[in-house]
Design a protein around this ligand. Sequence first.
Ligand SMILES: Nc1ncnc2c1ncn2[C@@H]1O[C@H](COP(=O)(O)OP(=O)(O)O)[C@@H](O)[C@H]1O
Ligand SMILES: [Mg+2]
Length: 564
Amino acid sequence: MGKLKKIKHYWNKRDDAGRYFLWILSYTKPFVPQLAILMIFDLAATFLSVGMAVIGKQLIDSATNGNVSELWSILALYVLVIVGSQGLYIISGLLSVVVYEKFGFGIRKKVYRRILDTCWLDISKYHTGDLMTRLTSDVSAVADGISNTIPTILRLIVELLVTFFTLAYYDLKLALFALLVAPIAMLASLWLGKKLKYLQVKVQQTESKYRSFMQESLANILIEKSFCLEDYSEERLTALRDERIYWVLKKNRTNMLASAAMGFSFQLGYIVAFAWGAICIANRTITYGTMTLFLQLVNRIQSPIVNLAQLVPKLISMFASAGRIIEIQALPKEEYKGNSITAKNVGVKVTSVSFGYGDELVFDDANIDFKPGEFTAIVGKSGIGKTTLVRLIMAFTSKMEGNISFYNDLGEELLASPDARRIIAYVPQGNTLFSGTIKENVLMGNKNATDEEVLEALRGAAALDFVNELPMGIDTVIGEKGVGISEGQAQRIAIARALVKRAPFLILDEATSSLDEITEINVLNGIRKWTPAPTCILITHRKSVLEYCDREIQIVNKKLREAI
Ligand SMILES: Nc1ncnc2c1ncn2[C@@H]1O[C@H](COP(=O)(O)OP(=O)(O)O)[C@@H](O)[C@H]1O
Ligand SMILES: [Mg+2]
């Protein structure tokens, strides 16, 4: 790396840290009152424990002076302070759990919502297992950092200062000597910090991979069984675990190294303070009480330093995890702008649209007008761009060039956007049912639909007959991805979910692919009779369907054109 590049690299890194810090701060704001109470309790406990050391000195001094009556009252105070400080620790511990839970959920909810609000094409590049890791363990690391690590760090700093000044009051030289550990600890943590952040990101990445694999594998047990892949899958899991263990151990080694260095300097400081105190006693320059104060305070001045140093790795983990969450939040966000169009006789015009997922274009200056009320079939071989056209109409990507807009008889227009999805009912390719009852699945199309409307939609999708034959009817529970019913049945429920929305624009993407010809024709009849009659785009492979359509469109040379 050139010198300039290197400087730029560090400059950018500094920028990152600042951004992460602001991000964390913005999430901390709503919890400031709770955190403040937590801090006050913590600090009170700290003051009490330093006070304990001072009382201890008084106790021993009174004892050596033979002042028994004073001894008892000091002893009583000592016990009181001990009970008080323990009580404070208990309360702050309980409070910290509450803050952690609330805070963790607060962040998790926001990140979850942000994932839902992110442009589909961008978020779909992440594996669900990876997103789950970010939602669970990364969010936990951040929540732990804010509810535990940061308050502890602040408390330790105060503890350090209070102890230092108390000790300095009795013996400045000793206080300064005890502080010598600080630079060593700081240097070690700075040096190891960079390495630790890198290692933490690695640990989380391998965790994501590991989780993604398990999740995908469990979702596809059938494939593993069909191809006798049980052993192979187990081996892959083991390999991923090994990779994870490698980074976890590496991170732990670095952590341990940091702790050991700190522990050593701590011990060293302690021994010197001990020796110094002993010499002073021999020279009779201090009392026995001051000696015990020394020992306790030296301990108390160094343990915050060592603890601080040990918390640095946790803080770094938190920053690394925050970075992984920020990465998701930096993806393009979708927004509802509140635009709408009178939902009657809606058509959609595609004008000069160019789009490709990568460098290669799927559409290059494509134009078409789907007129209001028209029933259009799109045919074409697999991989030609049929689903991509639907995604562009649904505005699932922000990268498209050109213009797609909905229009109606009244001359109103609405650009393809999240807002426009309100007037579209979409049946995607593949199995898209959720676990739950059939009714719950249909209601996703329109949460306010009555039972009659649900049944009506099922009838329109030629699904009512088979649903009625089920013992529980529309209350039949289906599993993840529609387990428990056939694929063709699942497709018809998905169509009913779209119909119940009564949207003016309906898109079916190979939504009848698993149906026999007669059932498919029943479905199409149901849709054509549906009121209000939607404008419809039907992606299909079956020629027999074409006679039910007003028009046939093809994708040729990355353009849209009428079939000839
Ligand atoms: N999410 C995606 N990322 C990258 N390329 C994609 C993605 N989805 C589809 N493609 C590519 O875009 C082209 C068109 O795909 P698609 O519209 O799904 O075809 P069709 O629906 O006609 O079978 C294909 O070459 C496919 O490989
Ligand atoms: Mg497709």
